[in-house]
Design a protein around this ligand. Structure first.
Ligand SMILES: [Zn+2]
Length: 484
């Protein structure tokens, strides 16, 4: 089966010859004896075929992520680079010739890193490679020094008695497991997103975690913590995996271990950035929208190439491929660059709020935000009526090596807030086996992207967006599709 898929992909990549010799995949012909009524017209399937061919001959949007990471680089939401990125994006999409480009505001609290330092001070001295976690408060000037209490994971932190950690530095050592679908992230990341506030409640003075990431390199992985005004937290840092190994070994010596932690960082109460949206205007139902997206912001380390410059390139290229067709899609297609995903899905929340009375007109949402690995599977959350259409779309993605993964998914982080308003979603799930080696580190740079994988991704998004826009039925977004 895999062999057959590979061969089909090679056939597509060798050019048009094969495609011209056969009717488009999935097209119904008069020779079919047991066929159900065709879902898509031969013409729409022919365009899907053309998009596959042209997509595979393109660069997958690599030029886009190359320009973004070279000219802008890291672009933490609310930083001066965020504003530059928004301006760059607007110009880029306008120059790409989309029918309409505009900005929609998103306002959020944010945070700025000045410095961080984590050192074992006893029984040996060793400086650790570290990054403060998003929304970490500063330590008092000069830092804090205290004995370290090591805990296995988030559950152990919840369970520990305050008397054991009062006045201490808590170190949570849980290790993220590697998995193609990224499923090791969820269980591990609670220690990052919620740990420091629990440590604060129990009277600790600082909070240290093993990086939430799979790398064995000496890079710390930063990331956001849940932030609520008025909830007390602690200075919080992640140390690199090899440094966490070292700290565990030192703890294993059986002597009291002390660390010194220093963080300098600032809160910014309210900053307004923007979602940047480009439209290919639909010819029949311009008010109905197929939304494909990625997030424009990144962490303040590395250059945000995999997270999520790659996604920005992928959806831009998908849009360019459709925009270059001789015809317009029936429904409009929106290419959305979301603001401020990393620090709390603020662009996605703003988009959901803005559309809250309009979701019956949003055909579907699909976001690319899992690096630049190949897509191996498609899942969908749609109405029952739309399920045969999803199957028919999947047939057109199968030659790209994409399996059908069943019903479910949320369409990506920035479409998650829209789930509460009933957005229908499609997930094109990428192989993320090595995504968390680089995620939120200084090492998330352009060289980690294989352009060939971006080509497969962008081609899949183009075929998906085109057919979703031509679907004979609504995918069922709206109040009856709400979920929490
Ligand atoms: Zn991301």
């Amino acid at each position: 089966m895999i062999m057959k898929k590979r061969l089909s992909l090679i056939a597509l990549m060798t050019g048009l010859t094969g495609a011209l010799m056969h009717p488009p995949l999935g097209a119904q012909t008069s020779m079919d004896t047991h066929s159900e009524p065709a879902i898509f017209s031969d013409q729409d399937l022919g365009v899907a075929d053309q998009l596959r061919t042209q997509g595979l001959q393109g660069n997958g949007g690599f030029d886009v992520v190359e320009e973004l990471t070279t000219l802008i680089g890291p672009r933490l939401a609310g930083s001066p680079a965020d504003a530059k990125a928004v301006e760059w994006a607007k110009n880029y999409l306008e120059n790409a010739g989309f029918d309409r480009v505009w900005l929609e505001p998103a306002t959020f609290p944010t945070w700025h890193r000045n410095m961080e330092k984590a050192t074992i001070t006893a029984p040996i001295e060793r400086e650790m490679v570290t990054l403060a976690l998003g929304f970490s408060p500063a330590t008092p000037a000069g830092g804090v020094e205290a004995e370290v209490v090591m805990l296995d994971d988030y559950e152990a932190l919840e369970a520990v008695d305050a008397s054991e950690v009062e006045g201490k530095i808590i170190f949570v050592r849980n290790r993220m497991e590697r998995a193609r679908d990224g499923s090791g992230y969820g269980p591990a990341v609670r220690a990052r997103s919620l740990g420091a506030r629990i440590a604060a409640e129990k009277g600790a003075v600082a909070y240290v975690i093993r990086s939430i990431g799979t790398s064995t390199n000496r890079f710390a992985h930063t990331g956001s913590q849940r932030f609520d005004v008025g909830v007390r937290s602690l200075p919080a840092v992640a140390i690199s995996n090899p440094d966490a190994d070292q700290l565990e070994r030192v703890m294993g010596l059986g002597e009291p271990v002390s660390m010194h932690i220093e963080v300098d960082a600032e809160f910014i109460e309210a900053y307004t950035s923007h979602n940047v949206i480009a439209e290919i205007t639909g010819s029949k139902y311009p008010e109905q929208v197929v939304a494909i997206g990625a997030h424009l912001d990144s962490w303040d380390v590395g250059t945000g190439a995999l997270d999520d410059g790659a996604g920005i390139g992928i959806v831009t290229e998908a849009g360019r491929l459709i925009n270059a067709l001789d015809q317009r899609p029936d429904r409009s297609i929106h290419i959305i660059f979301f603001a401020a995903e990393e620090i709390g899905l603020w662009g996605g929340r703003a988009w959901a709020e803005k559309n809250k009375d309009n979701f019956h007109n949003i055909q579907v949402g699909a976001e690319s935000d899992f690096g630049a690995g190949p897509i191996y599977e498609m899942t969908a959350h749609v109405s029952d009526e739309a399920k045969p259409v999803i199957r028919a779309i999947h047939q057109q993605l199968e030659p790209l090596g994409i399996a059908f993964g069943g019903w479910g998914g949320w369409g990506g982080p920035d479409f998650r807030p829209a789930g509460a308003y009933g957005l229908a979603t499609i997930d094109l799930r990428q192989d993320g086996g090595n995504y968390f080696d680089y995620h939120h580190t200084e090492n998330d740079t352009l060289d980690k992207i294989d352009p060939a994988n971006m080509v497969q991704n962008a081609t899949a998004y183009a075929v998906l967006a085109w057919l979703a826009a031509q679907s004979p039925v609504s995918f069922g977004s709206g109040p009856e599709n709400m979920r929490q």
